[in-house]
Design a protein around this ligand. Structure first.
Ligand SMILES: [Fe+2]
Length: 288
């Protein structure tokens, strides 16, 4: 099954949907067509040209201090951009509180990013090429028993959509790739953490997800022929998905805001729908 896009009109739930949490945990992308996130006249400049130093993929704030990283511009402009990101972080929290109240108090907000570059024009290695269908996994940042929930918003000023591909459901994808992945070594996971190559111990789940991410991106036959659908998110639209579960590729578009949040697997309405439990079920044993 290809991941469904569920449009959520204001103020309530989509027609026919029993629960937004159920849809989300089942692998849907929730799309909110008309939530307000206005820019001031001064802030309009952030969608007229990229305020980025160009060294990193995007500009972001992280943690309590919310220090701005990767930005360009005068000190006044950089502070204004930081305020946009702080406001977006509050917007994402408000969206969760209003539409996904079961997660309130359980989610932890992580990085907030401003992505001012055109997807198409960046020449990246296959591993960093996010136009290829993938699930998110971070090499240096083990995720363990947490889920990755992301809140995206297209802020393009010229009507340009954010063009995504979404792929098949996680379980069907895993059936095709799980046999090909190398075995997990607790010893090398310990070593990576001791050498501070990873920020924490890489679990078997992290190991499998990293290798799935790479195997997917390297398999051009799968990229071209796997079940998939094109989705265009118009400016002003906001969309929310578990990016560790939903197969996605970013094909085009410029200027986007993104908030990452972590949710413990045990805080899900149904933990069995997590990639952690899906992979364990397929292997027929708990992950190490
Ligand atoms: Fe991604």
């Amino acid at each position: 099954m290809i991941s469904p896009i569920v449009s959520v009109p204001r103020p309530g739930a989509p027609p026919g949907a029993t629960s937004l949490v159920e849809a989300l945990e089942g692998g849907a992308v929730l799309m909110f067509p008309d939530l307000d996130f206005p820019f001031s006249a001064f802030e309009e400049r952030f969608v007229e040209r990229p305020f980025a130093d160009g060294k990193a993929k995007n500009v972001n704030i992280r943690g309590e201090a919310a220090e701005l990283r990767g930005a360009a511009g005068t000190p006044e402009e950089q502070e204004a951009l930081r305020q946009v990101l702080l406001r977006y972080r509050a917007f994402a929290q408000g969206l969760i509180d209003r539409y996904l109240p079961a997660y309130t108090g359980k989610l932890t907000l992580a990085g907030t990013s401003y992505r001012p570059f055109d997807v198409d024009r960046r020449k990246l290695s296959w591993r960093r090429d996010d136009t290829r269908l993938h699930v998110d996994a971070f090499p240096s940042n083990p995720i363990g028993e947490k889920r990755i929930l992301r809140v995206f918003r297209n802020i393009n000023p010229n009507g340009q959509p954010r063009h995504w591909r979404v792929g098949e459901d996680f379980g069907s994808m895993a059936d095709k790739f799980l046999d090909r992945l190398p075995g997990y070594s607790p010893l090398s996971a310990k070593l990576l953490a001791a050498l501070r190559i990873t920020k924490a111990r890489r679990s078997e789940y992290d190991h499998l997800m990293l290798h799935l991410h790479d195997a997917l991106k390297q398999d051009m036959a799968y990229q071209e022929s796997a079940p998939q659908a094109d989705v265009h998110f118009a400016p002003g639209q906001t969309w929310v998905t578990f990016s560790d579960l939903v197969m996605h590729g970013a094909m085009g578009g410029q200027y986007m805001l993104e908030q990452t949040a972590y949710l413990p697997v045990t805080s899900q309405a149904d933990a069995a729908k997590s990639p952690q439990r899906i992979l364990a079920a397929k292997l027929g044993r708990p992950l190490r």
